[in-house]
Design a protein around this ligand. Structure first.
Ligand SMILES: Nc1ncnc2c1ncn2[C@@H]1O[C@H](COP(=O)(O)OP(=O)(O)O)[C@@H](O)[C@H]1O
Ligand SMILES: [Mg+2]
Length: 146
């Protein structure tokens, strides 16, 4: 069992910091290199969303990254106190983005690379993304693990 709480400013440079921290923690458990790559992508997407959408690229918001390791896997929470999401269901739809220039695949990656994704958001208050990745023998995403 291990737990890490990090708080960093909403700067694009901190996406890399979050990825490395997640990879380092995942490395303490039985995750494969492949698993760790996917965990890094999921963390990048959640942290990028907090910065780009939550804080609308303002550099003075706090992003909280909370990570917990236990015997069965890793839980990752990314939280911002930004603008919030009006319609979470719509935001999670594949190819939906508020910005037509963007791909709208962040939530799709998080969902497909992790075993569980929960999004809680309140307009004007912020967003919390919680995801979990199980350690599986094959290293593959296994529905049985749920
Ligand atoms: N932390 C957040 N705060 C506010 N809005 C968010 C947040 N995360 C996601 N969103 C909203 O959900 C939409 C979809 O997110 P995502 O799937 O990552 O696609 P993209 O980032 O390419 O727009 C975003 O366009 C944005 O409107
Ligand atoms: Mg995104």
């Amino acid at each position: 069992m291990n737990r890490v709480e990090m708080r960093f400013l909403s700067l694009a440079d901190n996406v890399g910091l979050a990825r490395i921290a997640a990879a380092a923690l995942a490395g303490q458990a039985n995750f494969s290199i492949h698993d760790i790559e996917e965990i890094k992508v999921a963390v990048s997407e959640a942290v990028s969303n907090a910065i780009i959408h939550g804080y609308e690229n303002r550099p003075d918001g706090w992003v909280d990254l909370i990570m917990e390791l236990d015997q069965s896997g890793m839980t990752i929470i990314v939280e911002d106190a930004g603008v919030g999401i009006a319609d979470v269901e719509q935001a999670r739809e594949p190819a939906y983005s508020k910005d037509p220039e963007r791909m709208g695949l962040g939530f799709v990656f998080m969902e497909s690379f992790m075993h569980g994704l929960e999004v809680e958001s309140t307009l004007g208050r912020g967003t919390q993304v919680r995801m979990r990745r199980f350690v599986t023998l094959s290293g593959e995403l296994s529905r049985d693990a749920q």
